[in-house]
Each structure stands twice: as structure tokens, then as C-alpha cells.
Design a protein around this ligand. Structure first.
Ligand code: ATR
Length: 274
């Protein structure tokens, strides 16, 4: 069968092999999908080894999404806009790069959670790889305004510039969060919970009436932020499990030409969680 992989560091807890195996079974498509751990210095060599062993497609996760974009022969328009890639497809001469994270998030929010993103005032916390991956799709989904706040201001500005929509995209300082107003949708795209370097301490004034709050992480990593959101009066709180499944479904479509239904595997993962 054709060989696929997720390449990251750490990667042992990745759910992608499970999700892609389920999709393959659902559609009667044979495939092999493994997890490859590659330290930052080792990404290029790991990818080359994977290709030499017949690898035809790879999902790229932390911390390699930027490097993956740099090695591509061709980038999709949505990957080029922000310079991060989560899906590589082997070509005759190298790799094509795409990014399905943003579409995955939007599909989860609009499909699974029945949300209408149009006209919403959105706060994006973080400006790293995860934030870069989802920002273009949020704009494409018709949100009214995207405020970006990140601990390191230079990264906030770089992401805002890359998005190229100064009328709708507003970089703001982290220290101004208390006076920035309130939002309809708040998305945590920082890695704070994963790195255990601290906790986001945010003012409850960010939460507008009927505000929905999303953490792009899932499992334990999503608990602190979504607990804060519930305690501060958020309407719906949504973790990143649905986005994970939907970005995988879109990668699967790129590789196999058919789009699997994410609901069954999503339900299965939720059941395992509790
Ligand atoms: P990812 O691909 O998960 O986005 P990343 O590119 O390393 O990983 O980005 C991590 C994000 O979490 C960044 O927005 C980072 O802020 P900086 O750009 O200032 O580093 C944010 N982050 C991580 N730890 C943080 C902390 N303790 N407080 C605030 N932000 C934090």
C-alpha cells in the first residue's frame, strides 16, 4: 500500500495514524500511515529517508511546519499566504505543500458546531505556526474583524502583514488586552498549555455576550483555557479535536481524491476521551 506519515517532535501521541487508518477503512482504501519523530535538525534527513522508502504523502506538525514550507517545490495559495505547511504530497521532482488546518477549523466550527462565522469579531491569541495556519481561512469564511495578540509583538506584526488585509486585520499589544473590548469568538492558538511555561491570565471583559471560545489544542491541553472561558461566561467552548479530524479529512482528500466523513472517527475519539 502507499506510504504516509506524520512527522513531528514530539509525535508519539499523534492521533493522525489512527484517524487516517479509520478513513482508509471507511472508504476501502489501503494505506500505511506511521508517525516519524524528527528533531528540528533532523527534519530534512527524515523526510528524505521517508521519500527514499517510497513515502508519497506526509502531515507535518510541530515544530516543522515552517521548514516544510521552505522545502516545497510548489505551495498552494493558502500555504503561501502564511508560509506554513501541514500537508506534503510527493511529486516527480520533490514535494507540493498545502495547509489544511484553517479549513479544518472552519469546517469544525461551521459544520459540526453549526456556527455562522460571517460578520464576527474575532480575537486570535498567538502568532506562531498554529495561528498562521488558521488565520487565512477565518478571513475567507467572512469574519468581520481579526484582532491578533501575541506575547512577542514582532510576530503579531509579521502575521498581520502576511495576511495583507489591513482593513480587517488588527495587530494589538498583549498588555492592551484589558482595554481592547469584547469579542464574539476567541481562539487560543498559543502553545502555553503544551509548554507548561505558564498560564494565560486574561481579563473576563474579552467575553462578549454569546461569545464562543476555541482552543486549538485538545485533551488536557485545552482544559485550562476553556475552563477560564466557561468561568468568564462564554457561550460555547470548543476544543481542537474536531479541527484535528477535519484537517486530516482534507489532507486525505488531497492524497486520495475522496473526502472521508469525519463524524464517525470524531465520535470514536470523544468516546475514548471520557
Ligand atoms: P505553534 O505551531 O503551536 O503555534 P509556535 O510557532 O512555537 O508553535 O508558537 C507558539 C505560540 O504560543 C506563540 O504565539 C507563542 O508566543 P511568542 O511568539 O511570544 O513565543 C505562544 N506562547 C508560548 N508560550 C507562551 C507563554 N508562556 N505566554 C504567552 N504566549 C506563549
Amino acid at each position: 500500500p502507499p506510504r504516509f506519515a506524520v512527522i513531528g517532535h514530539p509525535v508519539s501521541h499523534s492521533l493522525s495514524p489512527f484517524i487516517h487508518a479509520r478513513f482508509g477503512r471507511q472508504l476501502g482504501i489501503e494505506l500505511e500511515y506511521v508517525a516519524i519523530d524528527a528533531a528540528p535538525d533532523n527534519f530534512d534527513a527524515s523526510l528524505a529517508a521517508f521519500a527514499a522508502e517510497g513515502g508519497v504523502g506526509a502531515n507535518i506538525t510541530l515544530p516543522h511546519k515552517q521548514r516544510a514550507a521552505a522545502i516545497c517545490g510548489n505551495l498552494s495559495e493558502r500555504a503561501r499566504r502564511v508560509g506554513v505547511v501541514n500537508t506534503l504530497t510527493r511529486t516527480a521532482t520533490g514535494w507540493d505543500g498545502d495547509n489544511t488546518d484553517g479549513l479544518g477549523l472552519v469546517r469544525d466550527l461551521t459544520g459540526r458546531h453549526g456556527q455562522d462565522l460571517r460578520g464576527r469579531k474575532v480575537l486570535l491569541l498567538g502568532a506562531g505556526g498554529a495561528a498562521q495556519g488558521v488565520a487565512p481561512a477565518l478571513l475567507d469564511a467572512g469574519i468581520a474583524d481579526l484582532f491578533i495578540v501575541n506575547r512577542t509583538d514582532a510576530r503579531t506584526d509579521a502575521l498581520a502583514d502576511a495576511l495583507g488585509e489591513p482593513d480587517r486585520v488588527h495587530p494589538r499589544y498583549f498588555n492592551d488586552l484589558g482595554s481592547i473590548g469584547s469579542f464574539d469568538l476567541i481562539i487560543n492558538a498559543t502553545s502555553i498549555a503544551r509548554t507548561a511555561t505558564g498560564e494565560l491570565v486574561l481579563p473576563g471583559s474579552l467575553i462578549a455576550p454569546r461569545c464562543d471560545v476555541v482552543d486549538l489544542g485538545y485533551g488536557d491541553a485545552a482544559i485550562p483555557f476553556l475552563s477560564w472561558a466557561r468561568a468568564s461566561g462564554a457561550d460555547h467552548t470548543i476544543d481542537g479535536l474536531g479541527m484535528l479530524v477535519e484537517q486530516a479529512a482534507e489532507s486525505f482528500r488531497i492524497w486520495h481524491g475522496v473526502r472521508p466523513d469525519g463524524d464517525a472517527v470524531y465520535d470514536e475519539l470523544r468516546t475514548h476521551e471520557s
